[in-house]
Write a new protein. Structure first.
Length: 185
């Protein structure tokens, strides 16, 4: 079994910068925190897996072939795998994340990316249920405002707080970037 933690960067794609489509994100530090994590993982030669969402909706910035489908530039470079998916969980992409983890005996998964409450949270819940030692880096994720059943707006920052509360202790350990990086030092 490998004790190296695998960094899973979910959907850090240029299309999430499209504020006309998504609105403003709740966490302006998200991409810089992801970049810090990627740099730290690469410096230690720990495995980095990139996940890319290919929307099936041609009107989405994340639709394959649209400029927004491109990964953020800082993700260029060393990585173990690029997983392509079209639904929320990275465990339902190609290549198969669970198979990748098991073949290499990886047990530790560190999750960051966009969006907090959809693809990141879904993947973290599955990772926890599948028995992976999961860390969720909340300030290296981003969320957008959501509407509840009454049409009232739930601010993206509150969406992030709720995800942290939902995951912590049950599915994952929720940490801040600085705290996680301190454990690697």
């Amino acid at each position: 079994m490998s004790n190296d933690p695998v960094l899973l960067v979910i959907d850090a794609q240029k299309g999430f910068r499209d504020t006309e489509h998504w609105g403003s994100g709740a966490n302006p530090e998200c991409l810089s925190n992801i970049e810090l994590l990627v740099a730290a993982w690469r410096a230690k030669n720990f495995p980095v897996i990139i996940v890319k969402h290919n929307s099936k909706n041609p009107d989405s910035p994340l639709f394959s072939g649209n400029p927004g489908n491109q990964l953020e530039d800082f993700l260029d470079g060393a990585r173990e795998a690029l997983i392509q998916k079209s639904i929320n969980s990275a465990f339902y992409g190609t290549p198969d994340l669970m198979l990748f983890m098991h073949k290499r005996n990886f047990k530790k998964l560190v999750i960051c990316g966009i969006t907090t409450n959809f693809c990141c949270e879904t993947t973290a819940r599955m990772a926890g249920n599948l028995g992976f030692e999961t860390t969720f880096v909340i300030d290296a994720t981003d969320a957008f405002d959501q509407k509840d059943l009454n049409g009232d707006v739930i601010a993206g920052v509150d969406v992030m707080r709720m995800t942290a509360a939902n995951l912590n202790g049950e599915f994952a350990e929720v940490l801040l970037t600085k705290d996680l990086l301190a454990t690697l030092a």
